[in-house]
Ligand binder design. Structure first.
Ligand code: ZN
Length: 113
């Protein structure tokens, strides 16, 4: 149900930004999503398609850009993407770090017809 409320939010944001532009049709919505956000893209597109019927977003396609989880080493402050759960800093080799991003969910822009 996480995806359903996100779909609703996206549609509301787009509607709020396009209601003054008469007859505009949204073609694509570019989104940036962190790997930690735990979003199922297919599911989000499904809810979006269902819920956007009759709005300016009807038939729009969601385009996802996947953002890696980024860790910051506590020892040398190097920032590095955490891939395949490899958790050693590539610079100093230690494995003490803080996660500084990976939870993002943002609308980058929308493309209209
Ligand atoms: Zn380090």
């Amino acid at each position: 149900m996480h995806e359903a409320s996100l779909a609703k939010n996206i549609i509301e944001i787009i509607s709020a930004n396009t209601e003054l532009t008469n007859g505009v049709r949204i073609k694509k919505v570019n989104l940036r999503v962190g790997e930690l956000a735990g979003i199922y893209y297919d599911s989000l597109q499904f809810y979006f398609t269902e819920m956007s019927k009759g709005t300016s977003s009807e038939n729009a396609e969601l385009i996802f850009e996947n953002l890696p989880i980024v860790g910051k080493c506590r020892e040398c402050t190097n920032e590095f993407p955490l891939q395949n759960f490899e958790i050693n800093c590539p610079k100093c080799g230690l494995s003490k770090f803080d996660i500084i991003s990976g939870n993002e969910f943002e609308i980058v822009n929308i493309e209209v017809e």
